[in-house]
Write a protein that binds this ligand. Structure first.
Ligand SMILES: *Cc1c(COP(=O)(O)O)cnc(C)c1O
Length: 391
């Protein structure tokens, strides 16, 4: 299978697995144990903390390991909601956030959620953002660094500076930005920042939260007091060490590999654009992550395309995670002003450093074949259930 869905998750790189293995085998000690053998595990955890901190230009003490990116977002947002003064009851965020931000904000009782819109390229409307963060009673702001559906990189530094101009604390979900653009916690001046291992070739089920030195934090999990009391629970040692190694690899590989990924994406996109009429590239061309291609096809439903592509051995996603025949536009597509019809014809194709040129070419050829086949069936009056196209 050709895997072109790296914004959903990535494969653990061999060097990452190699770094992890001892901690699943003979080095399985609890890092909190007192004997000498456990000290080595504790030291390995410290090293991973340094590696993750270095990845985002933070200090090791500013990193808390978590169980996933969703947990990092939840912990940051819930802590912010609990630590602000009670007359501040407005949360400012964007209309294109991941559900791991939107659902948490909606869940907070007594808070009002102000969703700031984006332009048709999927980029935050900074003027509307400033109006929102400067209004009365804002508790905190949260904005994603890069969008998971479109790959569009947001004006993060500007949005953070505007929040701070009005003394509004700022969190960012940087989960899709790692390995795709420079993520610098210090320079961007964010207060809280979430990352997730499995989006950059570490295992699933491990993440980290950056908490700027000196800022308040109320833990989500209470218990044994691990992570300096900020996240109880025995550390997921092997995965944390894997995430440390993956962070190191991202830093080593960043410039050159980023260009490689982008050239694969461009090869793929150009092949599709040359091979088909009626293809539209979505997302602000100046601010797209180099690994993501978000495309819409005239007269062609994404749901049917996904079924065919699966049959042809290509894995990618619809613009939304919803893959049923009655696919509805995602909140991201709606925020970008897509019509239902346009949204229903959109696909997300996302690459990683593990993809090859052959895969990019083959993937494009299979996609061209699928679109042509589907248009022919639809053109001949075969529109209806997507199941029509599976035989
Ligand atoms: C994947 C993702 C998450 C969730 O991270 P998990 O580690 O899967 O919980 C949150 N936000 C964005 C933007 C993501 O892409």
């Amino acid at each position: 299978m050709i895997y072109l869905d790296s914004n959903a998750t990535t494969q653990v790189q061999p060097a990452v697995l190699e770094a992890m293995l001892p901690y699943l085998q003979d080095q399985c000690y609890n890092p909190s144990s007192g004997y000498r053998a456990a000290k080595g595990v504790k030291e390995a955890l410290s090293q991973a903390r340094e590696q993750v901190a270095a990845l985002i230009s933070a200090q090791p003490e500013e990193i808390v390991f978590t169980g996933c990116g969703t947990e990092s977002n939840n912990a940051a947002i819930l802590s912010l909601a609990h630590s602000v003064s009670p007359e501040k009851r407005v949360i400012v965020t964007s209309a294109i956030e991941h559900s791991a931000v939107l659902r948490v904000c909606e869940h907070l009782e007594g808070f009002q959620v102000h969703l700031v819109g984006v332009d048709e390229g999927g980029r935050l409307d900074l003027e509307a953002w400033e109006r929102a963060v400067s209004s009365e009673g804002v508790a905190f702001a949260t904005l994603m660094w890069a969008n998971n559906e479109t790959g569009v990189i947001q004006p993060l530094k500007e949005a953070c500076a505007l929040a701070h101009k009005y003394n509004v604390p700022f969190h960012t979900d940087a989960i899709q930005a790692i390995g795709k653009t420079v993520v610098d916690a210090r320079e961007s001046d964010v207060d809280y920042l979430s990352i997730s291992g499995h989006k950059f070739h570490a295992p699933k089920g491990v993440g980290a939260l950056y908490i700027k030195k000196g800022l308040p934090f109320e833990p989500l999990l209470l218990g044994g007091g691990q992570e300096g009391g900020r996240r109880s629970g025995t550390e997921n040692v092997a995965s944390i060490i894997g995430m440390g190694k993956a962070a190191e690899l991202v830093m080593e590989q960043c410039g050159e590999k980023l260009k490689n990924i982008q050239s694969l994406r461009d090869l793929f996109e150009n092949t599709v654009l040359n091979g088909l009429e009626g293809v539209h590239v979505n997302g602000d061309p100046e601010h797209r992550a180099g690994n993501t291609s978000h495309l819409s096809f005239d007269d062609c439903e994404a749901a049917g395309l996904l079924v065919l592509l699966d049959e042809y051995g290509v894995a990618c996603s619809a613009g939304s995670a919803c893959m049923t025949g009655k696919q509805r536009p995602s909140h991201v597509q709606k925020a970008m002003g897509f019509s239902d019809r346009y949204a229903r014809s959109s696909l997300r194709i996302s690459f990683s450093i593990l993809n090859t040129k052959q895969e990019a070419l083959k993937g494009a050829q299979q996609l061209i074949k699928a679109v042509k086949k589907l248009r022919k069936v639809q053109g001949s009056g075969g529109v209806g259930s997507v199941m029509v196209y599976t035989s």
